[in-house]
Design a binder for this molecule. Structure first.
Ligand code: AVJ
Ligand code: FE
Length: 411
């Protein structure tokens, strides 16, 4: 039996902050400045916003701590209306000042103050806010990678985030359907471990007879949909999805080349990998593919019931990200890691949902309209951050995330 104590809050705080810095390795100040579209943020902004979160929600309540740059709170508040006004999201790329060096210095100062603070006894409410800040920083680690990938894709030189990343083309398991649980099942988070408010309360839900595909949809399978004219057949699409296809001229996944031979990844431009999962899809594309394949997307309840008994293991972020991999093995594969999975479920509160009290109640609850739930985490999701009950969410047209799909069907 291991005699190692679990890491303290202070140790986990510092480890997660250091992990953010590891993701910056190889990036230049210019890379960190780019905002390639209104929905994406500059890398520099992610570094500052996560720091703001700790300064505003933890340190600001401490009379021994001095906020050196109160004006920065306007710049790096994301969407907390009850905290105060904020700089417009689409204009984050205009913030050449403070410089990247200033933001690094701010991070160091906040880390020092946090370490001092966490060396003393912290009351449970403060500890919960620090924990939320840690989980928040982990969410932004994924968003950082997602946005830098989009920024590099937007540059005609198509620079690689990490040219040394291994690109493997290995075969994946044949597509199989695994029957899921039926009847009343419990989903949602209960107990002591961390969970966001949107994962609670644990409650019962009714599942019909269904089966989940054993793995994610592959690039070869998705290419067959494209070649079959999938993006030109209105009956395959939801009405709003078809409108986006028309308006934006979608003909293939966001990062695929027009001739369907290449894709843009964190390793730069590489060949399509037929057996690796198709990624950077919107809900609309995932839904249309499922219809074309004679299947459907799983509901989030079906997904969670399938994942509940599996160990949380897969291609998740440890030190540096790896590309999504092909799936090998038996049973349900890739439930965790590789890519987030779009579900058929709209993002709404569970029965009895209560947002956190105060300003942090703005964290998740106010986004519960017009978005869809994704499950399972991706190659950019920190391994210590994901669990069976975790609910990610994005609008149905969003297609720059590390997101793909798994098929499901009624049986
Ligand atoms: C759950 C990924 C949709 O991107 O706004 C970051 C995560 N929440 N800061 C988002 C989040 C607060 C959130 N998503
Ligand atoms: Fe945030």
């Amino acid at each position: 039996m291991s005699m190692m104590a679990s890491p303290s809050l202070a140790e986990r705080y510092l480890a997660v902050r250091a992990q953010t810095m590891r993701l910056c390795q190889g990036l230049e100040a210019e890379d960190m400045q780019v905002q390639s579209m209104p929905d994406a943020s500059p890398g520099k902004w992610h570094l500052a916003h996560t720091t703001w979160f700790f300064e505003r929600f933890v340190l600001a309540g401490d009379s021994r701590y001095r906020i050196a740059e109160p004006d920065w709170h306007y710049l790096f508040n994301s969407y907390y209306q009850t905290v105060g006004p904020m700089h417009a999201r689409p204009q984050r790329g205009l913030l050449s000042r403070p410089t990247l060096a200033h933001i690094h210095a701010w991070r160091a100062r906040v880390d020092e103050a946090m370490a001092t603070r966490l060396a003393d006894a912290v009351d449970p409410a403060q500890a919960a806010t620090v924990e939320l800040g840690i989980q928040h920083e982990q969410q932004h680690q994924e968003l950082f990678l997602t946005d830098i990938l989009h920024a590099f894709w937007s540059n005609p030189l198509r620079p690689a985030y990490d040219a040394a990343l291994s690109v493997q083309a290995r075969p994946c398991a044949p597509l199989r359907y695994v029957p899921g649980r039926e009847g009343l099942v419990e989903i949602g988070h209960a107990g002591d471990g961390f969970a966001f408010d949107n994962e609670r309360p644990r409650h019962r839900t009714l599942l019909g007879p269904h089966a989940l595909a054993n793995r994610l949809v592959s690039q070869a399978e998705y290419a067959a949909f494209v070649q079959d004219g999938g993006y030109r057949k209105p009956p395959l699409w939801l009405s709003d999805g078809w409108a986006v296809v028309q308006r934006e001229g979608w003909t293939r996944p966001l990062y695929w080349s027009e001739d369907l031979t290449a894709q843009f990844t964190l390793a730069g431009e590489v060949a399509l990998l037929p057996d690796a999962p198709v990624s950077q899809l919107s809900f609309f594309e995932a839904d249309a593919y499922a219809r074309w394949a004679g299947a459907r997307l799983p509901t989030e309840m079906e997904w969670e019931a399938g994942a509940q008994t599996l160990p949380v293991a897969g291609n998740l972020l440890e030190d540096r990200p790896r590309l999504p991999q092909s799936a090998v093995g038996e049973g349900l594969l890739q439930m965790y890691g590789d890519l987030w999975e779009w579900t058929a479920s709209p993002y709404v509160g569970y029965p009895g949902f209560k947002p956190l009290p105060g300003s942090l109640g703005e964290y998740n609850g106010k986004f519960m309209n017009g978005q869809w739930v994704l499950r399972g985490g991706s190659c950019a999701t920190p391994a210590a951050h994901i669990r069976a009950t975790y609910r990610n969410f994005f609008p149905p047209h969003a297609r720059w995330q590390f997101a793909g799909l798994r098929l499901a069907r009624d049986i």
